[in-house]
Structure formats: C-alpha cells, structure tokens
Design a protein around this ligand. Structure first.
Ligand SMILES: [Zn+2]
Length: 137
C-alpha cells in the first residue's frame, strides 16, 4: 500500500505546522492556502474519506475544525468560515485520508471553488499558525 501523506504528517515523517490536536484529531496549516489561515483537520486513525470514516472520527474532526474556526474568528478577524471535506476523486478529493478544510473567510475574499493549488509564503503561513496556536492551546 502506498504511503499516505497525512499519516506521515501524523507520525512526523513529513513536517507540518501543527496548530491544535487532541486524542483523535490534529489540525495543521495547508501549505497551499486558498485563503490566509487555511488549515486542515485530520483524524489520527486513517480513514480514506468522510464516506468511509467511522462516526467517531467524523465527530472528532468537526469538533476540532470548529475550534480552529472559532480561533480564526478571534485572531484573524474572519467574518465567516467554510468547512469543506471532499470525498472520492469525483468529489474533488486529492489526498485520500479524511480531511476537513477550514477556510477563514472575509467579505469579498475572492475565493471560488475549486480553488487553484499554489504554494503560499512559508513565513506568512508560519506567522498565521502562531496566531491560531495562541488561541487554541
Ligand atoms: Zn492516512
């Protein structure tokens, strides 16, 4: 079975800017942010997608995603949050480990779906991660 990118992030084999975690789920910054503060929430136990995941994993991801969204309101001034989970290739999924995108929104932020995946500025992402962490830990 090919290695799973997000399982490797969970084990630390691949580095990521973690911003929050609990016993069942972990949140980290997306390195290709669609908007500033774009984070991903994943379950610790591998599930392919939201259609295959056990209910407890789905619940854990949404609980942590809600915490990240509230932190984005608090420290990033987000006026809305889009939670998105794509399932299966035709659903737009590209990494096959359940994940919930947490997209902090602003009025007229220009985000449209699907967004273009392009690398963000690592220094900017790290600064935002620090702000979110301060509200999450
Ligand atoms: Zn995985």
């Amino acid at each position: 079975m090919p290695a799973c990118l997000f399982c490797e992030i969970l084990t630390g084999t691949i580095p990521a800017l973690r911003i929050a975690e609990d016993a069942e789920a972990m949140a980290f910054m997306d390195i290709n942010p669609a908007v500033p503060g774009h984070a991903l929430v994943i379950p610790r136990d591998h599930s392919v997608d939201a259609l295959a995941a056990p209910p407890a994993a789905l619940a854990a991801c949404m609980v942590l995603a809600g915490r990240v969204g509230r932190a984005a309101e608090l420290v990033l001034g987000a006026t809305g949050v889009t939670f998105l989970s794509c399932a299966r290739p035709d659903g737009g999924q590209t990494v096959f480990h359940l994940h919930v995108h947490v997209l902090p929104r602003q009025p007229a932020d220009g985000l449209s779906f699907p967004w273009l995946h392009k690398p963000g500025d690592p220094a900017v992402i790290e600064t935002i991660a620090g702000s979110l962490r301060s509200a999450l830990y």
